[in-house]
Design a binder for this molecule. Structure first.
Ligand SMILES: Nc1nc2c(ncn2[C@@H]2O[C@H](COP(=O)(O)OP(=O)(O)OP(=O)(O)O)[C@@H](O)[C@H]2O)c(=O)[nH]1
Ligand SMILES: [Mg+2]
Length: 403
């Protein structure tokens, strides 16, 4: 079982690259996100290193000169952790550790660590533990586990802490055991889902931190943990919601992120089954985030990966209260107008217009436009409900209660 530990804030450096596929602006955006992830995991970023490269170096990810630069910085400032914004191969990880002689993590490792920290139920913890073991298996010979200086902290929570020095066989046995355990739970969950009968099922999906749980709370009057950190929700909550006269089930589940580790997608099978078996998806987007279009793409990629890309979807653009477009001053003749200058009205005229009204702008926090949102959900749910209960049409009679 994963151990829970209160850890002190650790000083961390971040390392990213600019390549042909990833321009400087993108690299900076990704590092911003990596910094938020680091903060969620309990780290404070003291410096970022970015290098321009044709391709990542197969031996050390960044060039050896750059690595030396990182080395002198971490030695001077006594930094204990370096985090790379990509998945490092086991060989890269080993080589980098040899040079830097501190704890080296990659994006995958960091996300797994946050999941380990946040998993509440034994079910979620088993899923995370499995993903961690699978990540760990090819990377067992890690230098930093032998170092005295770093005990606990980011990247060391979970099985990594205790099992790392044991051999691969033990990890393999453990993987088999965890898989068995999950299979049993998966079966129970599948039965539970079956018992819910033919009721229409709606799932909230979206990038992490967009406001899914907040929206769930305001429309179902439930109390799901919401917080301004990444991956506040790992477990699935299902609530019965009634709009007008149709009841349906609403699911809030784990948020997605760019490059969600595949180990996690596999181990969170049952959690994601809630999405896979949903009749309607509410794709929640944080429109106040500069990269919201990228976020939509990442979510759609993961939906495709779990074979849920062809479900009916309502796009829910949340956080309109926090949306701010950049303004070009009248005497500024140089700045080119781009998407950052769009108002919400401008956005409505873009590709969103082609969605045939399947999108809506709301603020879950200020509860604005929620009535319209509920109407739209009602219309969609009603369509599905009617195919499932064709003779049950008395449900749709609008009636006012006599006093
Ligand atoms: N300004 C603003 N903030 C919001 C709105 N909706 C949610 N938030 C804030 O956004 C943060 C994340 O909200 P959550 O509901 O936890 O987001 P989530 O999508 O469930 O996140 P994960 O569970 O981490 O995937 C919280 O600090 C919320 O208070 C909104 O309409 N406007
Ligand atoms: Mg949530």
């Amino acid at each position: 079982m994963i151990e829970k530990k209160q850890v002190e804030i650790e000083d961390v450096v971040l390392i990213g690259i600019v390549t042909k596929q990833q321009n400087e602006e993108k690299a900076i955006e990704y590092l911003d996100e990596l910094e938020f992830l680091t903060y969620t995991a309990g780290g404070a970023v003291t410096k970022r290193f970015i290098q321009k490269l044709e391709y990542p170096d197969p031996r050390t990810f960044i060039g050896s000169g750059k690595l030396d630069e990182v080395k002198s910085y971490i030695e001077e400032h006594k930094i204990g952790t370096a985090i790379f914004d990509d998945e490092l191969s086991p060989a890269q990880l080993r080589n980098i550790e040899k040079v830097l002689n501190i704890k080296v993590l990659d994006r995958t490792n960091l996300i797994l660590d946050i999941f380990a920290q946040r998993a509440q139920t034994s079910y979620a913890r088993t899923q995370v533990e499995l993903a961690q073991c699978q990540y760990l298996l090819p990377r067992l010979t890690r230098l930093w586990t032998h170092l005295e200086r770093q005990k606990g902290g980011i990247g060391l929570r979970g099985p990594g802490e205790t099992e790392i020095e044991t051999d691969r066989r033990i990890i393999r046995d453990k993987i088999a055991l965890l898989k068995d355990k999950l299979k049993t739970i998966d079966k129970q969950m599948a039965v539970q889902r079956k018992n819910r009968g033919k009721m229409v099922r709606v799932a909230l999906v979206g990038y992490t931190n967009v406001g899914k749980s907040t929206l769930m709370n305001v429309i179902s009057k439930s109390d799901v943990f919401a917080e301004n950190k990444l991956f506040a929700t790992l477990d699935t909550t299902v609530r019965k919601v009634v709009i007008k006269n149709i009841p349906f089930l609403l699911t809030d589940t784990v948020g997605f992120i760019r490059k969600l580790p595949t180990q996690l997608i596999e181990s969170f099978k049952s959690t994601l089954d809630e999405v896979r078996e949903a009749d309607l998806l509410l794709h929640v987007v944080d429109i106040s985030h500069k990269n919201f279009e990228d976020h939509i793409d990442s979510v759609n990629l993961i939906l495709a990966e779990i074979k849920s890309a062809d479900k009916p979807v309502l796009m829910v653009f949340n956080k309109i209260d926090a949306y701010e477009e950049e303004v070009i001053e009248e005497d500024d003749l140089i700045t080119q107008r781009d998407k950052s200058h769009y108002t919400l009205q401008d956005w409505e005229k873009t590709w969103m217009r082609k969605m045939n009204g399947k999108c809506i702008f709301i603020s879950a926090l200020n509860q604005s436009n929620l009535d319209r949102f509920k109407d739209m959900v009602y219309e969609e749910v009603k369509k599905i409900h009617m195919t499932r209960f064709p003779y049950n049409d008395y449900l749709y009679e609008e009636y006012t209660e006599e006093i």
